[in-house]
Design a protein around this ligand. Structure first.
Ligand code: FAD
Ligand code: NAD
Length: 477
């Protein structure tokens, strides 16, 4: 479609914030010709997060799991505007979003406002640190593509520094200690990928690190992967033992410095002990926190005062205390876990809702017109018009019967290393728990089929083949 410079005054302006799972699922199914659609996100691509833990080790290359937003928008029937910017404030009273270009290259104008009739907020969440000192300064996160770059660089830097001439044994052990904090699926999958990297490639290319390279997973709760069934938790912990990943549960990190973490360990008798754990590379994966722009919007709405995890929404995803503002995914607070599965189903639901709203409006306009005509018509003409009016009214009430959002859980999957995965799958209204190499094949095919585009699918498949044939690359970028 041709780029439209001015918005069509006969259509409502729908502003969509974010280019993640929720917003992109909405865009995919939205009939864009019904609205002036504007997308705002600091990231001009969609990121397939389920394969992000494979990126820092090079099992999958970064660009294989990125899909340019311009590709996605180009396929829409009517043109969609995209601004690469961060929404810094949503002004609910004035119905505008303040946006800021926070990229390196800035033009004369890098801050402005975008008015909206309808707004969908899908800005996701940021990394939780719980205010623990030193985390932001010293740890790497694993949420965005740049985080994966940073970890990859850091791991290889630690290895080469450990191999520096005359390095002391103590310093070598510290540098080669890779600590992952958070035993949720992000932490578990990344620890598994890192250990694979060591076993399959690093040992071969840098034999000097064998015996000193260790991966440790630190978790505050009594076990890892709390959302999986008990048998799969035990299976994961046993597999990690076999892989020689040190799992330290009941260990809560309290402070982080540039060389070690301080943790509080709860011992079997209930007493607590302080531990100092030296590290070379620290990856922090302790879940989600609310973004500032969301906290600010919540502050404008008294109806949000009891919400903690994000924007409270009703069963149609309308933000409590607003009209014409919806929220989806990790920035909203619902009874569901903050996952890609939930966000994408919410996106598809909102697309249906907006398509329905547009269709209802079109039918209502036609109905008004028919009403006018029937007032002036007589005899047979009037009868025919009455019939048509009845048909249209029925169609309107049918279209209006959109039921509230309901989530359908397909199951949970996680990679746990050594070509094994765990899966809790919903199967004919029951649950199927499985772990091992067959589950790993299922995990691979499921993720491959979930990739955004054929292009992504082919690239990921080629990456997997490349690693099988040549191993992972150990150069530091
Ligand atoms: P996101 O996908 O995070 O997208 C948010 C978007 O908003 C981004 O485009 C961002 O750039 C943009 N944005 C941020 N701030 C602003 C702003 N101020 N203004 C405008 N735009 C903004 N879930 C699963 O179900 N299965 C998995 O296997 C899985 N694996 C995961 C692996 C990792 C490593 C991680 C980190 C998460 C994983 N998840 C998984 C969780 C899943 O990625 C999230 O639940 C999902 O991304 C939420 O979608 P979202 O659209 O709400 O947010
Ligand atoms: P999470 O919230 O699932 O897990 C974070 C873990 O960190 C918790 O177990 C918590 O007890 C621990 N923790 C918190 N503070 C700590 C501290 N100070 N010291 C030690 N441990 C501490 O976070 P996540 O793994 O990033 O996942 C976020 C969301 O994304 C979840 O909803 C998850 O289901 C989803 N996700 C899914 C997959 C998958 O399905 N394969 C993969 C990644 C993420």
């Amino acid at each position: 479609p041709k780029e439209q410079t001015e918005p069509d005054p006969t259509k409502k302006t729908l502003v969509i914030l974010g280019s993640g799972w929720g917003s992109v699922a909405l865009l995919k199914k939205l009939d864009t010709e019904n609205y002036n659609v504007i997308v705002i996100s600091p990231r001009n691509f969609f990121l397939f997060t389920p394969l992000l833990p494979s990126c820092p080790t090079g099992t999958v290359e970064h660009r294989s799991i990125m899909e340019p937003l311009r590709h996605i928008l180009r396929h829409k029937k009517a043109s969609v505007k995209f601004y690469e910017a961060e929404a810094t404030k949503i002004d609910n009273d004035r119905r505008v979003v303040i946006i800021n270009d926070n990229s390196d290259v800035k033009g004369e104008i890098h801050q402005t406002e975008v008015p909206f009739d309808y707004l969908v907020v899908g800005v996701g969440a940021e990394n939780a640190t719980f205010g623990i000192p030193g985390v932001r300064e010293n740890a790497c996160f694993l949420k965005e593509i740049n985080d994966a770059h940073k970890i990859r660089k850091k791991v290889m830097d630690c290895i080469e520094t450990a191999m520096f001439k005359d390095q002391t044994q103590e310093e070598k052990e510290r540098l080669l200690h890779m600590v992952v904090v958070g035993g949720g699926p992000t932490g578990v999958e990344f620890a598994a990928e890192l250990q694979d990297f060591f076993e399959d490639d690093l040992k071969k290319w840098v034999p000097g690190i064998t015996g000193d390279f260790h991966v440790t997973l630190v978790e505050a709760l009594p076990n890892v992967l709390p959302m999986f069934s008990k048998t799969l938790i035990e299976y994961t912990e046993q597999t990690f033992k076999d892989e020689k990943i040190d799992v330290r549960t009941k260990t809560m990190v309290k402070n982080v410095t540039d060389k070690y973490i301080e943790a509080e360990v709860t011992k079997p008798d209930g007493t607590k002990e302080k531990q100092i754990i030296p590290y070379g590379c620290l990856v922090w994966a302790t879940g989600n926190a609310v973004r500032n722009v969301i906290r600010d919007l919540m502050g404008q709405l008294p109806q949000q005062k009891n919400s903690r995890r994000g924007l409270a929404v009703n069963e149609y995803l309308v933000v409590d205390g607003t009209e014409g503002v919806w929220a989806l995914g990790d920035c909203s607070a619902t009874k569901y876990a903050p996952t890609a599965q939930v966000a994408s189903q919410q996106g598809a639901f909102l697309a249906r809702l907006f398509n329905t709203m547009a269709r209802t409006q079109a039918l209502e306009t036609e109905l008004d017109h028919l009403d006018e005509l029937s007032k002036e018509a007589k005899g047979e003409d009037q009868e025919a018009l009455e019939k048509e009016i009845q048909k249209k009214s029925k169609a309107i009430s049918k279209v209006k019967q959109l039921s509230p959002f309901e989530y359908s859980h397909q199951g949970s999957l996680a990679y746990i290393g050594m070509d094994k995965a765990v899966a809790d799958i919903t199967w004919f209204n029951g649950n199927l728990a499985s772990g091992g190499s067959l589950t790993y094949l299922f995990w691979r095919s499921a993720y491959l089929s979930m990739c955004f585009s054929t292009r992504n699918r082919v690239l990921v498949l080629m990456d997997w083949l490349k690693v099988k044939v040549f191993g992972r690359d150990v150069s530091r970028e």
